[in-house]
Each structure stands twice: as structure tokens, then as C-alpha cells.
Write a protein that binds this ligand. Structure first.
Ligand code: ATP
Ligand code: ZN
Length: 573
């Protein structure tokens, strides 16, 4: 029985190998491409252009592992026409799903780099092939022979699709540029499915087909050996066009009719414009969520930390007024906190982080989107320690210094205290009584240290505050709704996570019932795994910070030791 099974397995593998070999033979070969010889010299003069690095349109993003253009160009560069076509593909993608984005992982590559990569592959494969022509064709399947290669023309691109709502790439069956597996062949999904290796309803096959369809609609030629590789204007494209034309017309189409448009270039020889880069970025800017952040103060670090723990990398130079984010369509505006409610209300910013005190005082019409829970403080009414004033009522007819006129006036009105004179100071409020400028202060305190240092004693807490995320109605409920909502969700999960700690420990499986009972009472088990050989059970357990030590003490009663405590980055219930 067993030998039978493994025999069947072997047979299946042999069939699979054969199907793959057949597929490989269908790829366009080096010798076929050498037949393409007529260059359209006018088209070849077309300059190159840089693909924007950030934005919500088509972007160029090198993945570090295979950026061998480093030192030559920080951008991915392609022919101008190719860039325009890619923008059209991105539009077509967004018509299917507004959160999808075309990502170009590779464009132009210098001839020198192409030559070196081909040589490496050639040497690596040498032991496997006796026949020189076969060897060259095999190496060509990985790295094209420079003479016919597409990437050095600026016409070939490696592309994939990112879903910025999901925060990941669409499933194409393999990672882009992962040469470790044959599944990167366009036809691999169908083969694997035929031999039972792939689920019938595989997304990957559909996604490959969709990408090929959209690229094809812009006249890009596909390459059967890599699901991500497409080209326009190079020899491969010319050959592909000839072949499809010939098939369509069912007659001999002369090669002479098919010119290729772009010849290979070395880096020093290319002319390179940024024309489309800036045009695209201008358009893209309108789609960014503009996020106002305090430039430098108590809210700054926590806001940046919140973005980073939400998986958004901030790229901002110290002292600059603008910042970008690597992996979210966000533009940061660094301003004084007092200006944030006005900027948001006017639409100059879409959202912002500000203290409730500043928001209330501004009387601006902003939406409160989320309580952020940091920079907690309160507005305290205080008088000199040596003053005879005991209550707010005693301040009738007296002067109170504050930066928060609106809130302070309302407080005295609510308390029924009349005839208060508010004197406004924008800073250093605490010193007003010392210099005889006021009889009392209404100022922000968090620890009370500053009051004590200035010999002030608190009479009353007027209001308690924290930092909040605010937004402008038009942005939050308009075009940028989805992007802002996703951001709020991510923030909320990070804030929630901060309230938890994660514990990990193992215990004898025989105690499982008791321990499970204890855990169920005070938190949530997120992972449990058995090790029957050792008679142990391993759990991961989420507990509120406030209960952490109680739980640990209880576990000790059950002789549990080796408890590891971790911070939680995010929690999505
Ligand atoms: P900017 O230069 O941006 O105008 P600022 O001096 O007005 O800064 P910060 O002192 O950085 O503002 O405080 C920002 C916010 O932090 C306050 O509006 C308040 O919501 C909160 N906060 C927390 N604790 C305190 C505190 N002890 N004193 C003042 N603000 C505090
Ligand atoms: Zn301020």
C-alpha cells in the first residue's frame, strides 16, 4: 500500500515536471528575439522619467533585496510613454477597487548590471548544460541576454498591486521577483491546479489574469516566465506583437513590418525628465489626507509614536513644516497646536491631533473622531499659598489670569460668581500673581509641580482634558472617508493594545482545568498549544495592565514559573 502511494506520488511529480518543462519551452527564446532588428530611431530618442515614490497613484517602490540600481537613481525610471500607460493601468485598477495601487518594483536597469546578472546566472547553470545554446537559453529565462533585454531599454517593468486598505499586496501566488520557485511562471497556477496542488478558487490565478488583462489593454506585452514582467517598445514587445498579429491574421506577417521602439541604453546616455513625476505628484497631493501635528511640544512625540505603532513610517526632517509617510497616503503639516483647530475647520488640514483644552477654547467647528488618551491634564484654578482666598466665590470682583478665557468665563458663570476680570496671557500664567498682575490663575496642570514651584495652591479643577483626533466634516465624510476611517481603526487598536500586556508561560497539562478557569476570569487566551511528550501546555494570554500582577500572583499559587511578559502592539478583537 505504502509503496503504491509513493509510486503514484512519483508519477504525479514526473507529470508535473513534464508540464513545467513544456511551459518553459513556450517562453520566448533568446534566438527568437535576435530576429527583431529594426529600431525606430525617432521613438528611441524618447526621454526617461521617474516614477513617484509616494502617493496614491502608480508608484515606484524598490524592495531593498533586489535594488541593484542603488547609487544610480533613487527612483525607478522608465520611458515617458511607459509611465503614461502605467498611469492608465492604475486608473483601470482603481475603477475595480479604489484602494488598489499599481506598484512598479523594477523599471530601467543599466546594461552593465544586466550583463553582470546574466553572466552570474550563466556561470551558475553551466554545470547543468552541455550544449552552449541550451545553456544560454536557460540563463536567458532568468536574466535576458543583454543584447535583447527589456529592462535596459526603459520599456520593461515588473509590477504588482498593493491594497492600501488591507495594507498588503494582492495574492499572485508568489512574492514578486522570487526566483526560488517555478510558480512564478504565468501558467503555473493552471498546472498546479491540474495536479491537485492548488485550491480551485485560488485568488492568485484570477489576480494574474486581471493584471495581464489591464496591462494588455495598454499594449504591454507579457512574459510567460514571470507573472509580474511586462514590456512596451522593446524587442520582446515587438516579437509578441508580431506573433499575435500573425495569429490574428492567420497569414504570414513580415518581420519588417514590426519595429521595436526602444534600444538599450547605458545610464550615462539616457536623457531623463521629471516632467511626469511632478505632474503626477501634484494630482496625488490632492488625494492625501492632510494631518496637522504639533511641531514641537507635548503632543509631538506621542502622535508620531501612534502613527508608527499603526504601521505608518514617518519621513520628516527636523525643523521642516511638511512630512510624508512611507506606507499610507498621509501628508503631515507641522504647526503650533493653537493653530490646529482652525486649520482643520477651514479644510487646510483634514485631520489633526490637539488637546481638548485648545479645541474647546478655539470654538472651531471640528468633528471629534477619537480620544487618544495621552497628554492628560486639567485646568486648575489656583491662588497664592499665602492668599486668604478659600473658594471660587471669594474671587468676586478680582482678576484671574489665564490662556483659557472661554472656559474660565464659563466656569465662573456656572458657579454664579460675578464681576470676574479675566486677564489673558499666552504663556507663563503662573507668575501673574507674583508680579501683581492677577489675584488667581486658571492654568493647565498635570503633576501640580509647577503650581508648587510658584507657590500656588489649587482651589478647583475646572475641567479635565486629554488629546483628541479631530477632523473636518467634508474630508471625513467625503472623498477621503475610507482613508480616514482606516486610520481611526488603526489608532483605536493601538490605543486599546496599550491597555494590555501579553503573558506567555507553560504549565503541566494536568493542571489545565484549574489554570483555564483562572485565566477565563481575568483575560483572554490568544493561543494555546499542547506538548504531549512533555505533558505541558503553552498559552499566550492577554490581560489588562491593571490586573497583571494579580494574575501573576495567582499563577504562582499554581506553581507556574517562567512567565514572560510582553508589550502588545495592537489588538484587533
Ligand atoms: P505650541 O508651541 O505648539 O503652541 P504649547 O506650548 O501651546 O505649544 P504644549 O505645552 O506643548 O503647548 O502643550 C500641548 C498640550 O499638551 C496642551 O494644550 C495640553 O492639552 C497638553 N498638556 C498636558 N500636560 C500639560 C501641562 N502640564 N501643561 C500644559 N499643557 C499640558
Ligand atoms: Zn500652543
Amino acid at each position: 500500500m505504502e509503496t503504491n502511494l509513493s509510486e503514484i506520488k512519483n508519477q504525479m511529480n514526473a507529470l508535473l515536471d513534464e508540464a513545467y518543462a513544456k511551459l518553459e519551452r513556450s517562453f520566448v527564446t533568446y534566438s527568437e528575439l535576435t530576429r527583431v532588428v529594426i529600431l525606430n530611431t525617432d521613438a528611441d530618442k524618447e526621454p526617461f522619467t521617474a516614477i513617484p515614490v509616494v502617493g496614491t497613484g502608480v508608484i515606484g517602490r524598490y524592495e531593498s533585496a533586489w535594488n541593484d540600481m542603488e547609487g544610480e537613481s533613487p527612483n525607478i525610471i522608465v520611458r515617458e510613454t511607459v509611465y503614461k500607460k502605467l498611469c492608465n493601468v492604475d486608473k483601470a485598477l482603481k475603477a475595480k477597487n479604489p484602494n488598489w495601487q499599481l506598484v512598479v518594483a523594477y523599471g530601467y536597469r543599466t546594461l552593465n548590471i544586466q550583463q553582470a546578472a546574466f553572466n552570474r546566472k550563466y556561470e551558475e547553470l553551466k554545470p547543468k548544460y552541455e550544449d552552449k545554446t541550451e545553456l544560454r537559453e536557460a540563463a536567458h529565462r532568468y536574466y535576458a541576454v543583454p543584447e535583447v533585454a527589456g529592462h535596459p531599454t526603459g520599456g520593461a517593468v515588473d509590477v504588482t498591486v498593493y491594497d492600501f486598505a488591507e495594507g498588503k499586496y494582492l495574492d499572485f501566488g508568489t512574492e514578486i521577483l522570487d526566483f526560488s520557485t517555478r510558480r512564478i511562471y504565468y501558467g503555473a497556477i493552471a498546472i498546479e491546479r491540474k495536479y491537485g496542488r492548488e485550491a480551485k478558487d485560488s485568488e492568485a490565478g484570477k489576480n494574474r489574469e486581471m493584471l495581464r488583462g489591464l496591462m494588455g489593454a495598454e499594449d504591454f506585452a507579457p512574459y510567460e516566465g514571470e507573472w509580474w514582467h511586462f514590456s512596451y517598445g522593446d524587442k520582446e514587445w515587438a516579437y509578441y506583437r508580431w506573433r499575435t498579429l500573425a495569429r490574428k491574421k492567420k497569414e504570414q506577417v513580415q518581420f519588417d513590418d514590426i519595429e521595436y521602439l526602444y534600444g538599450q541604453k547605458n545610464f550615462a546616455d539616457i536623457t531623463y525628465t521629471e516632467k511626469y513625476k511632478s505632474a503626477a505628484e501634484e494630482k496625488v497631493d490632492a488625494e492625501f489626507v492632510k494631518f496637522a501635528v504639533q511641531k514641537s511640544g507635548r503632543l509631538t512625540d506621542e502622535t508620531i509614536k501612534l502613527l508608527e505603532s499603526s504601521g505608518i513610517d514617518v519621513v520628516a526632517d527636523k525643523g521642516k513644516f511638511f512630512g510624508k509617510c512611507e506606507n499610507y497616503p498621509l501628508e503631515l503639516l507641522f504647526v503650533r497646536d493653537d493653530d490646529i483647530p482652525g486649520l482643520v475647520a477651514s479644510g487646510a488640514a483634514d485631520i489633526g491631533v490637539v488637546g481638548e483644552n485648545v479645541l474647546i477654547e478655539s470654538r472651531c467647528d471640528c468633528l471629534r473622531l477619537l480620544d487618544l488618551g495621552f497628554a492628560k491634564c486639567s485646568l486648575a484654578l489656583a491662588v497664592p499659598t499665602n492668599s486668604g482666598i478659600r473658594t471660587a466665590k471669594d474671587l468676586e470682583g478680582k482678576k484671574v489670569a489665564t490662556s483659557y478665557r472661554v472656559t474660565t468665563e464659563k466656569f465662573f458663570k456656572d458657579m454664579g460668581v460675578k464681576d470676574i476680570k479675566i486677564v489673558e496671557l499666552s504663556g507663563s500664567v503662573e507668575i501673574a500673581p507674583i508680579i501683581g498682575y492677577a489675584d488667581a490663575v486658571a492654568d493647565l496642570v498635570s503633576t501640580g509641580n509647577s503650581l508648587r514651584q510658584n507657590r500656588l495652591k489649587p482651589l478647583h479643577t475646572i475641567q479635565i482634558y486629554q488629546s483628541v483626533l479631530i477632523g473636518n466634516d467634508k474630508a471625513v465624510n467625503g472623498d477621503k472617508k475610507l482613508k480616514i476611517e482606516k486610520l481611526i481603526q488603526r489608532f483605536a487598536s493601538c490605543i486599546k493594545a496599550k491597555k494590555f500586556k501579553s503573558l506567555s508561560f507553560s504549565f503541566p497539562t494536568e493542571d489545565a482545568d484549574k489554570i483555564r478557569g483562572l485565566l477565563a476570569a481575568c483575560g483572554r487566551v490568544t493561543l494555546e498549544s499542547q506538548n504531549p511528550a512533555a505533558g505541558e501546555t503553552l498559552v499566550q494570554f492577554l490581560v489588562e495592565k491593571s490586573k497583571l500582577w494579580d494574575v501573576i500572583d495567582e499563577l504562582k499559587i499554581f506553581n507556574v514559573c517562567g512567565i514572560a511578559v510582553f508589550d502588545v502592539e495592537g489588538y484587533i478583537p
